[in-house]
Design a protein around this ligand. Structure first.
Ligand code: CA
Ligand code: CA
Length: 167
């Protein structure tokens, strides 16, 4: 093990020396396929402010559930929800749909969605987003216009609990 480490250090030094002495040569095998590095990242399928239909709202709930259920046990507990709210607040800071002072604290939003068992199932989250959609859809045409989209985002935004400090 130690020997291997020493070898690694030695060869790094050699590489550095070699690089300094000889500028990198032009690759002769230009046709050789170079492996492309593709970072695997969970793509955000939809953001709260982009929701215009109930299908969008369900898609959003699906995605939020997958992200929030960190231990993948099929429900979001209070701790997971608080972490999700904190991460979302951080990510959306300064963007449309970011939680503000008027947003519901995470603990309250959690209780509302989780109901008595204090666990949020995917169905409960989809249902909650669907209800917020209905509330936001002021003219009831089953679609959200720009203003209603803002309203939807504001309705579902929750702020981290610890931010409100009372002295
Ligand atoms: Ca969980
Ligand atoms: Ca509408």
């Amino acid at each position: 093990m130690i020997k291997l480490m020493l070898t690694t250090v030695a060869s790094s030094a050699l590489v550095l020396t070699a690089a300094a002495a000889n500028p990198p040569e032009a690759t002769t095998s230009a046709t050789a396929p170079t492996p492309k590095y593709q970072p695997v990242e969970a793509e955000t399928p939809i953001t709260p402010v982009a929701v215009t239909t109930k299908e969008d709202a369900a898609k959003l709930a699906d995605w939020q559930f997958a992200v929030a259920d960190v231990n993948a046990d099929g429900s979001i507990d209070e701790e997971e929800f608080a972490a999700f709210v904190a991460a979302s607040a951080e990510e959306s800071a300064g963007l449309p749909g970011a939680p503000d002072e008027k947003s519901e604290p995470a603990s309250k939003a959690f209780e509302t969605i989780a109901k008595s068992d204090m666990k949020i199932t995917k169905a409960e989250l989809v249902d909650a987003r669907s209800k917020s959609f209905d509330k936001a859809d002021a003219d009831g045409d089953k679609a959200l216009d720009a203003l209603e989209q803002q309203r939807f985002a504001a309705l579902i935004a929750a702020k981290p609990d610890k931010t409100d400090k009372t002295q």
